[in-house]
Design a protein around this ligand. Structure first.
Ligand SMILES: *[C@@H]1O[C@H](CO)[C@@H](O)[C@H](O)[C@H]1NC(C)=O
Ligand SMILES: CC(=O)N[C@H]1CO[C@H](CO)[C@@H](O)[C@@H]1O
Length: 603
């Protein structure tokens, strides 16, 4: 029987419920258990693909092409698992499923209602998805973390809360625990318990009892023993059931903070996890212990960082940094590996353009100062024309001044356009995305995808890249993947390099080190006579792990730190790199065909 740990939130959202949930999962994983996660988002959207990044943060892409909320990224990274589009539940998806069933007559003409039809659909979904294997063992998970988005008491989350109330009886008391995350405001040093009392009261009123109350303090001071006792008394739980989560130096310290308050022991007793652990075997326990040890080393290492590596991130939504969550994480993981502090300088790309120089000279100079001051320049993915001239100016600077550069998706495409303009002499080169009637569209809409379809079509999900023959000799990108000839990364794009220009680009010295399996799509650009100048059509940031940083990011951050560090890391990768998921096995040709890789929907 799977053990379910539901993580709900009270008072306000955005206080790190996801981090607490994934940290709890990680801790259980270090005991050897297999852990999966489901995120419930109480909004009507069917998926995150059509949501605006400025409003919602990043759209995170899964192996199967699912476009989901960035929280699933958290789970993949913390738990080192591979999730599927079904691990995301939105109100919209549940309603759609129920309405489709009603249309087919599955309810035999009965009145279809929120209770029981919607609530049953939610429970069935959770039960079904909790059984899908997510890690290298290929076995059913032992524990499923269910994170309930929003806050308890909202209109939006009401059907989900009711579904959970029923679910505790469906799976039984020994298989269901609830962690409620609440806020404890600190007012001039006094920790206030009233909001927590209120939200727990509300939760109980809805029929759910908290097994653990995780009290979030938005200050560096830990929860006072007196506050803890007060919450214990007023919320009718024992004091070991109240844990404090104050601000720590980084989110990577949260698992250790929770562990030090005994939550593993508590959950083990509460959910009788000992019985599950008996079935794990030596290998499972050893795997867990190793993970725990490596994680402790990682957090301990962070306390002793002195040198800083400065990265300029030249993008468009730099006001809302959440839209680059995975990119930030990939940089962070890479910096941990090389024992450097990371400082990201967020550069709004349009500030680098000549128009800004006239309109707002101070902004222009500040932006360029950040670019010139950085030891590495990153241009991430994005859409639309605004700001792209500024990105290309930054790319040109990186190429000519031999500053390490990494281009992702749009960043890769713009590196190609920049090269065409400034090296190939195609001065009016541009992307077909910006000008459908361009004379020299270096980047075009992917030809095999129907253009007549309204809105956008995308190439989504895990896809192979094949390195060209001979690249094993010199390509840093390839060596960072342990020299493998074929690698897998996640994609999300609808434009690609125009094959008609590839010969000219190559003749002028631009090297496409990696292509798709048929050799038609250009997927990796790399310049050999440069410390590090690499572009990826894919989004490798979606597969980064704290203990296993994404190879191109690792190369980029290492090269930005120093030429000897990248040599060391290449050597280390050649010896030890393992991909974060057993790729070939998880993405068989069959699965690729059935997945909506070329997924069509209105953008
Ligand atoms: C992460 O998962 C991959 C494949 O599923 C596995 O090979 C690797 O050892 C795991 N890493 C850790 C640190 O557990
Ligand atoms: C079980 C189920 O219906 N899962 C859905 C998850 O979301 C994707 C895309 O939004 C659907 O295609 C799946 O059917």
């Amino acid at each position: 029987m799977t053990k379910f740990i539901v993580v709900s939130g009270g008072v306000v959202s955005g206080i790190g419920k996801g981090v607490i949930a994934s940290s709890t999962g990680l801790l259980l994983k270090t005991t050897g258990l297999k852990v999966t996660a489901i995120k419930i988002d109480p909004y009507m959207n069917i998926d995150a693909g059509t949501m605006r990044p400025t409003e919602h943060g990043e759209v995170y892409v899964l192996n199967d092409g699912g476009e989901v909320d960035l929280d699933l990224g958290n789970y993949e990274r913390y738990l080192n698992v591979t999730l599927s589009r079904d691990n995301n539940i939105t109100t919209g998806k549940i309603y759609r499923e129920v309405i489709e069933k009603e249309r087919k007559g599955d309810y035999l003409g009965k009145t279809v209602q929120i209770v029981p039809h919607i609530t049953n659909a939610i429970q069935d979904w959770i039960e079904r998805v909790s059984k899908i294997p997510v890690d290298e063992t290929g076995e059913e998970p032992d524990v499923c973390i269910v994170e309930l988005g929003g806050t308890v008491g909202d209109i939006e989350s009401a059907p989900f809360v009711e579904a959970m109330r029923q679910f505790q009886f469906r799976v039984g008391h020994d298989n269901f625990a609830l962690v409620h995350v609440s806020l404890v405001p600190d007012m001039h040093g006094e920790q206030k318990t009233k909001p927590t009392q209120t939200t727990v009261h509300c939760l109980r009123g809805l029929g759910l009892m908290p097994d653990l109350i995780a009290c979030r303090l938005l200050v560096p001071q830990p929860l006072n023993p007196a506050t803890k006792d007060k919450i214990s008394m007023f919320c009718h739980v024992s004091s070991e059931q109240v844990v404090g989560v104050h601000d720590v130096t980084s989110v990577y310290h949260v698992p250790l903070l929770l562990q030090s308050q005994g939550i593993v022991e508590f959950l083990t007793r509460r959910l009788k996890l000992d019985e599950v652990a008996k079935g794990l075997g030596e290998a499972g326990r050893a795997r867990g212990a190793d993970l725990g040890k490596r994680w402790r080393e990682l957090t301990a290492g962070q306390e002793r960082l002195f040198d800083t590596v400065h990265i300029a991130l030249v993008g468009k939504y730099t006001d809302l940094k959440d839209s680059y969550m995975s990119v930030t994480k990939a940089l962070e993981h890479s910096a941990f590996r090389i024992h450097r502090k990371l400082k990201i300088h967020w550069v709004e790309s349009s500030d680098l353009e000549p128009e800004t120089q006239e309109a707002a000279p101070a902004r222009y100079h500040d932006a360029w100062r950040m670019v010139v001051g950085a030891s590495g320049i990153l241009v991430p993915g994005g859409f639309g024309q605004r700001g792209t001239e500024g990105m290309m100016l930054a790319i040109k600077y990186a190429r000519e001044q031999k500053v390490p550069f990494l281009g992702i998706c749009l960043g890769f495409q713009l590196a190609v356009v920049e090269w065409a303009r400034n090296v190939c002499g195609i001065t009016d080169a541009t992307s077909g995305e910006f000008d459908p009637n361009a004379a020299n569209p270096l980047i075009i809409f992917m030809p095999e995808i129907s253009k007549t379809h309204m809105g956008g079509t995308m190439r989504l999900g895990l896809r192979p890249t094949v390195f060209e023959a001979g690249t094993e000799e010199w390509s840093k990108a390839r060596k960072l993947y342990a020299g493998k000839g074929k690698i897998w990364e996640r994609h999300r794009h609808r434009y690609e390099v125009n094959p008609a220009y590839v010969d000219r680009l190559v003749q002028s010295g631009c090297i496409f080190a990696g292509k798709d399996e048929r050799g038609e799509r250009m997927q990796v650009l790399e310049l050999p006579d440069h410390p590090f100048f690499v572009g990826f059509q894919a989004h490798p940031e979606f597969c980064t792990r704290p203990l296993n940083p994404s190879p191109p990011f690792l190369g980029f951050v290492s090269a930005s730190a120093s030429p000897t560090i990248i040599e060391e890391q290449i050597q280390k990768q050649l010896e030890t790199f393992v991909p974060p998921h057993p790729e070939e096995a998880m993405v068989s040709e069959e699965k690729l065909k059935s997945a909506p890789g070329v997924n069509e929907r209105e953008a």
